[in-house]
Design a protein around this ligand. Structure first.
Ligand SMILES: Cc1cc2nc3c(=O)[nH]c(=O)nc-3n(C[C@H](O)[C@H](O)[C@H](O)COP(=O)(O)O)c2cc1C
Length: 482
């Protein structure tokens, strides 16, 4: 039997069958003018990350949308890991194995491509018909936040997919922000240097594994399609665009595609934009997209990211954890695990070490810092500390460090320009780390040289069970603390 095609529709159907408790279907109208983001934020404050499908959203102008909107598709570490087929506590160790696989894409005819069920061209194009949300108070307008921008290198023809935002300014014009470090920007520079406008296509909505494969940082120029196929475990189906034919392909099973040109040397103000950092990023001159065509499924679901929330952070953290693990492990084999916590918004990493030699806490910090410009602070802890439990990591910092010895401060390092604390002009600043590991044992097999931690005897801990003393209802109602 042929394998079922994996896309956003099949993912949501399967998720609902497997984990009905993980989905929140909102059947009453909810406005895309801040309301959906507000709900996501309130749930995030409660540490709840259901996949949310707004079935009857109201567009920012107050009119009902023809299409539902899905958010929080990639907010839960559990669900994203499950979609890729890895353990959520072993992302650093297992993610690369999944996404390193390459499966060549296949090209299908237009009639077989769901994303071509509706084709709107030229004057009839109207982006404002799409349910594009307004996220944060200072945003200048609605943003396509979960669009993958396809461009190609004009010299080799090799395509690139990059998750990059579009500010929808009118029915056929959008602001576009390609970071200077992105491969999309390298392509743009080449097109413009040749004196040509750059062809562009933006696809929205697919299976979370495909989204993960599309986020993998590759060499340049290198197509993301085989990495998406590898993550999906099946060939990605592609279809030529209406505007550029086979020169620019898009996923046939995406929900929506926006095609157009980035006109040569046209810059307009873009932003401020509520960034992943949690702050409103600066307004800056940026290119624009002039839209030539929109295609979509008849029953298209609009995928959006709750910007600055876990929804967009988790997807980007997986490759970061994997990259830091791979690089640091080569230099410090005692590395056990890596976690980029949500609280750090990609600026923080916790490294777990099985410490057998003095100095490896610092070695690991020094090896990790240059792995990504967004990584600014690294905390190294021992393997009795759970790197997924921030209270334990901070307990290690509180009780195992003396900062005259354990603090690493590296001024003048390359840092990410969107860091709100970055000194002008924003590309270099201070990185650092805290070595919160204990001194190692004097010799292999000996206990470490540090005070013993509190614990009741193992035999007693194994014997005393909460459920023997407390019923479930009372347990749920007991007061918490912080
Ligand atoms: C939700 C989300 C939104 C992003 N938005 C942008 C963006 O607007 N512009 C940008 O250049 N990078 C953005 N990024 C980062 C890029 O997707 C990332 O740097 C990517 O690796 C660039 O790919 P490329 O180098 O293949 O072009 C975003 C990342 C995420 C997870």
């Amino acid at each position: 039997m042929p394998q079922e095609i994996k896309d956003l529709h099949t993912y949501l159907r399967d998720l609902e069958a497997r984990h009905p408790e993980a989905m929140l279907r909102i059947k009453r109208p909810i406005s895309l003018r801040y309301e959906l983001t507000a709900l996501q934020k309130k749930l995030e404050d409660l540490k709840k990350y259901p996949v949310i499908v707004a079935e009857r959203p109201l567009k920012v102008d107050g009119s009902p949308s023809e299409h539902p909107v899905v958010v929080n598709l990639t907010a839960s570490r559990y669900l994203v890991a499950e979609a890729i087929g890895i353990d959520p506590r072993r992302v650093a160790l297992e993610y690369s194995g999944k996404t390193a696989a390459r499966v060549a894409p296949v090209v299908v005819a237009k009639q077989e491509a769901p994303v071509k069920q509706v084709v709107v061209k030229g004057e009839a194009v109207d982006l404002l018909r799409l349910p594009i949300p307004l996220h944060q108070e200072l945003d200048p307008g609605p943003y396509v936040a979960a669009g993958y921008v396809v461009t190609c290198d004009p010299e080799t023809g090799v395509d690139n997919s990059a998750l990059q935002r579009l500010w929808v300014k009118s029915k056929n014009r959008a602001g576009y922000f390609p970071a200077s470090t992105s491969h999309a920007m390298a392509n743009l520079a080449k097109w413009w240097n040749r004196g040509e406008d750059m062809p562009i296509a933006v696809w929205i909505g697919h299976h979370p594994a495909a989204l993960g494969g599309g986020q993998v940082k590759l060499g340049y120029p290198e197509s993301h399609w085989p990495a998406m196929g590898g993550a999906l475990g099946q060939p990605l189906r592609l279809v030529p665009t209406e505007t550029f034919g086979e020169k620019l392909m898009v996923p046939a099973d995406a929900e929506i595609v926006i095609e157009g040109y980035v006109p040569r040397e046209v810059y307009e103000a873009e932003g401020p934009f509520g960034e992943y950092t949690g702050y409103a990023g600066a307004q800056r001159p940026s290119p624009v997209v002039e839209v030539t065509c929109v295609t979509h499924r008849r029953d298209a679901i609009f995928h959006d990211f709750g910007v600055g929330l876990a929804d967009m952070l988790v997807l980007g953290m997986f490759p970061l954890e994997a990259r830091v693990y791979q690089i640091v492990k080569q230099l410090v084999p005692e590395l056990v695990n890596v976690h980029f916590p949500l609280s750090g918004h990609r600026f923080h990493a916790y490294l777990q070490l099985s410490k057998t030699r003095p100095g490896i806490g610092k070695d690991a910090i020094l090896a990790a810092l240059p792995c990504d410009s967004r990584l600014k602070h690294v905390i190294a802890v021992d393997d009795d500390i759970d790197v997924f439990n921030e209270a334990e990591v901070l307990w290690a910092v509180a009780t195992r460090t003396q900062w005259d010895k354990d603090l690493v401060v590296i001024p003048g390092a390359s840092i990410f320009p969107l860091d709100p604390s970055a000194p002008y002009p924003g590309t270099f600043g201070t990185k650092g780390g805290i070595d919160a590991t204990c001194p190692p044992p004097l010799d292999l097999g000996m206990p470490r040289q540090f005070q013993a931690t509190n614990k009741v005897p193992d035999e007693v801990a194994g014997r005393v069970r909460v459920e023997d003393y407390v019923d479930e209802g009372s347990l749920a109602k007991f007061p918490g603390s912080f």
